[in-house]
Design a protein. Structure first.
Length: 117
């Protein structure tokens, strides 16, 4: 189990960029996959992007070509670079660590991203 702390959220205008960071309290080397989820008011939490320990990535169709997920095992940190942001990207973004496929997961507390002019 690790503690996950997200940072980097905030208010940005449409078309702008933000980079979210997720710092883990321990090594992420053996974590199967780390991901970013988001939850907008009145909606279910959804997967935004995930990256496995081998570097394979998956993205929601709505963010493909705009968001990029990466992990730095030396820093025990996962990043989400978000470009060309849209108002519909507004949500609380959560970091997730999945220890094995379908196995135990850890969640961060979330960071608010608001895209508005």
């Amino acid at each position: 189990q690790v503690q996950l702390v997200e940072s980097g959220g905030g208010l940005v205008q449409p078309g702008g960029s933000l980079r979210l960071s997720c710092a883990a309290s321990g090594s992420i080397f053996s974590i199967y996959a780390m991901g970013w989820y988001r939850q907008a008011p009145g909606k279910q939490r959804e997967l935004v992007a995930a990256i496995t320990s081998s570097g394979n990535t998956v993205y929601a169709d709505s963010v493909k070509g705009r968001f990029t997920i990466s992990r730095d095992s030396a820093k025990n940190t996962v990043y989400l670079q978000m470009d060309s942001l849209k108002p519909e990207d507004t949500a609380v973004y959560y970091c997730n660590a999945e220890w094995a496929p379908g196995g135990t997961t850890d969640w961060g507390q979330g960071t608010q991203v608001t895209v508005s002019s």
